[in-house]
Design a protein around this ligand. Structure first.
Ligand code: CA
Length: 262
């Protein structure tokens, strides 16, 4: 890890005394490393301890993470809302995770899915992947591995092979969280990073404030009405104002300035 990086780990353990426990260690208040940001993730997990810890850990990565605890609730949410990724436990009340997955794919929903489960037999893995999962992670797992898989999933989903996002001399590496402008590193907060990543994923495309809010915040998270404007202000202060633009009433984009009349 590079200096100042924030060490975070999750370990799910099983033993006889405590059937399942998730350990979340936070060793400093600095921004997290390997940040993903601007992903809206639905976590489907019936274990309260795992669910709470994982949601907290993902939110610390700058992701909007929503959490439901059973298969039926997951189906209801997936029918009405869009997510960038689904983290799906298999053993769930009311409806099995595999049924949720098959139903999703049967409806033609291509949301990337990582199955998170303690079922580690070969046939369960095969069933999960054949049921439409994009990836499979067996508990216990390390948070770092989950984050790396989420990044890879996102690259594949977007058809990108190069992990680096770039506009002119501004680059952002989602894996290392490095942002460079004209060859010089720039330090960003988790939310600033998430906003910038969203804009750099589709240079020139206008992203509305509502879209940014949607991808930065989960249900019930506090949100100041001018939060996105504040992040944009900070980003321009740190990166210069020539590559980040506001289109009044529509939103923001990254890239060379377009003609005023365009
Ligand atoms: Ca479960």
């Amino acid at each position: 890890m590079s200096p100042g990086e924030f060490l975070i780990w999750i370990r799910l353990r099983r033993n006889r005394a405590t059937p399942r426990r998730l350990h979340l260690g936070l060793t400093s208040a600095a921004p997290p490393a390997g940040i993903i940001g601007c992903m809206r993730v639905l976590l489907v997990e019936d274990d309260t301890m795992i669910g709470e810890s994982l949601r907290e850990a993902l939110r610390r990565q700058g992701m909007a993470c929503d959490w439901v605890r059973d298969g039926r609730a997951a189906e209801a949410v997936l029918a009405s809302e869009r997510f960038d990724a689904l983290l799906l436990d298999l053993g769930l009340p009311h409806r099995d995770g595999l049924e949720v997955l098959r139903g999703l794919r049967a409806r033609g929903d291509a949301t990337p899915v990582i199955v998170l489960t303690a079922r580690d037999t070969l046939s369960d893995k095969v069933k999960g992947l054949d049921g439409g999962a994009d990836d499979y992670l067996v508990k216990p797992f390390e948070l770092d591995e989950l984050l790396a898989r989420l990044r890879a999933l996102r690259r594949r989903h977007e058809g990108r092979t190069r992990p680096l996002l770039q506009v002119a001399d501004l680059t952002l590496d989602p894996a290392t969280r490095e942002v460079m402008r004209a060859g010089r590193p720039v330090l960003l907060s988790a939310r600033e990073f998430a906003v910038l990543q969203t804009l750099l994923e589709r240079p020139g495309a206008i992203v509305s404030r509502a879209q940014l809010e949607d991808r930065l915040y989960g249900w019930g998270e506090e949100l100041e009405s001018n939060a996105i404007s504040v992040y944009m202000h900070q980003l321009r202060r740190k990166l210069g104002d020539d590559l980040l633009h506001t289109v009044r009433g529509l939103g923001y984009y990254a890239g060379p300035a377009k003609d005023a009349g365009a």
